[in-house]
Design a binder for this molecule. Structure first.
Ligand code: UDX
Length: 446
């Protein structure tokens, strides 16, 4: 019989994983400690914006008309213990307040609660991003606390999904990595992932520490690639070069590749910034901090982008923000998401506001989250409204909607035709033709 699956923690990762497992044909039970979230998911509604996720949930959530009924949600640990053969732990691991290290309290609490209800053989599979060494520690915790004792096994199976592509990345991952302590875990996970494996997805088997490190190494590499091109943008600005052309040219070398070479205001979000910091902190604990000192530079190049954008904006409004209207297009950390965690766009908007600017923000999906985080900024219902009366327009998240803006229509509502493209995504020639002073990060002035 096919293994029955539970998913613990139904945030971004968990909700997507649960729906994807149901799509792959399994019976799935999702658990969260937040009854509000469970109630919503039980109605087939998603607490965040993620393309395709709500449709997938509605296809499978039990009780909804026309659904397969394979997916249910609960807040009961006992139910999870009784139901599952494979338990995926998908809770979040945020950065600790006031330090770089990762806060493991949610993972520890989830594994402790789960262990107590494991009365029969089970495979516990960690998916959260954790400091290396956590899996070994959690395996000991399970052995100590689970009534089924040795019949409970742990595996580590890091997740590489990108927001905005979560459903696609989960159903058709580019690789599956599993850290296991024995053959049983590997066999069971091959069964769970038979669909993607059948499509040709590579299945990489490793030990616990390697599997944990794969995730942090991958995110560190991506962050490094972005900061590399942003460092080149700094040099291009100093030398009057064009970083977009430069990225295109080096990207033709397939050892380098074109992806993740978009210069601009840099990376944000719930993963890259906190993951590289947690990685540095963990390397320090292991006595290997020198190996990762370059990540400090990666982080600082990235943070410098935000400050540089503020400076470009200040210059555009004549040297001081006091009393000046500034339009900010974009609030989320990337397009096709409503996530504003560590968003460069909001960070820039906040800095300008604190320096006396009158900032108005518009974002297609991130307005509610942005308002919660920065209630003192002004928000407009459309891009055009945000730009009304502005002395400078900042393009900080590359939503498709902003590429469609008509430069002449925007020109008709602003006070000054100054545009700064913080994502190198707009058509410079079209804006300049409509009379705009167009600046972009790492590109010649005009
Ligand atoms: C990332 C990893 O890509 C994913 O594999 C991991 O599982 C979680 O972290 P995500 O946070 O969804 O995913 O966003 P990603 O698409 O990686 O973008 C991160 C940030 O980098 C965004 O703010 C984006 O705007 C920025 N970015 C990305 C650039 O500034 N330039 C680029 O070329 C690419």
């Amino acid at each position: 019989m096919a293994p029955r699956i539970t998913v613990i923690g139904t945030g971004y990762l968990g909700a997507t994983h649960a729906a994807a497992m149901a799509e792959l044909g399994f019976e799935v039970l999702g658990l969260d400690v937040d009854p509000g979230k469970i109630e919503m998911l039980g109605r087939g509604r998603v607490p965040m914006y993620e393309p395709g996720l709500e449709e997938l949930l509605q296809k499978h959530v039990a009780g909804l008309e026309g659904s397969t009924g394979r997916l249910r949600f609960t807040t009961s640990w006992e139910e999870v213990g009784e139901f599952g053969d494979v338990h995926f732990v998908c809770v979040n691991t945020p950065q600790k307040h006031g330090e770089y290290a990762c806060d493991m309290s949610y993972v520890d609490a989830a594994v402790t609660s789960l262990a107590a209800v494991l009365h029969r053989p089970a495979l516990v599979v960690g998916k959260s991003t954790v400091p290396v060494g956590s899996a070994a520690r959690l395996a000991r915790l399970l052995a100590e606390l689970a009534p089924a004792g040795d019949d409970v096994e742990l595996a580590w199976n890091p997740e590489f999904l990108r927001e905005g592509f979560a459903v696609q990345d989960t159903l058709h991952p580019d690789r599956i990595v599993v850290g296991v302590a024995g053959e049983h875990g590997e066999k069971l996970l091959r069964e769970v992932y038979a669909g993607p494996i059948g499509e040709g997805t590579p299945f990489v088997v490793a030990d616990y520490p390697t599997a944990e490190l794969v995730k942090t190494a991958a995110n560190s590499f991506l962050a490094t690639k972005i900061s590399f091109i942003n460092a080149m943008a700094e040099v291009c600005e100093a030398a009057d070069g064009d970083v977009v052309k430069l990225a295109e040219a080096i990207g033709h070398d397939d050892r380098i590749g074109k992806k993740f070479l978009r210069a601009g205001v840099g990376f944000g979000g719930g993963c890259l910034p906190k993951d590289i910091r947690a990685f540095m902190a963990r390397a320090g604990e292991l006595g290997a901090d020198q190996a990762l000192t370059f990540l400090r530079e990666v982080d600082s190049i990235n943070m410098r982008r935000r400050a540089h954008m503020v400076e470009l904006a200040r210059e555009a409004v004549g040297g001081s923000f006091l009393g000046q209207r500034v339009a900010v297009l974009g609030a989320t950390f990337k397009p096709d998401s409503d996530d504003v965690r560590d968003s460069p766009a909001l960070n820039v908007a906040g800095q300008i506001h604190l320096q006396g600017g009158q900032v108005t923000v518009y974002d297609p999906k991130g307005m509610d989250n942005a308002r919660r985080l920065f209630p003192t900024l002004a928000y407009a219902p459309s891009a055009l409204e945000a730009c009304r009366g502005a002395r400078v327009v900042l393009h900080l998240t590359e939503w498709g909607e902003f590429r469609e803006l008509d430069p002449a229509a925007v020109a008709a509502v602003v006070a000054d035709r100054h545009l700064i493209d913080g994502r190198n995504a707009l058509d410079a020639a079209a804006w300049r033709d409509a009379g705009w002073t167009f600046r972009a990060m790492g590109r010649p002035r005009a």
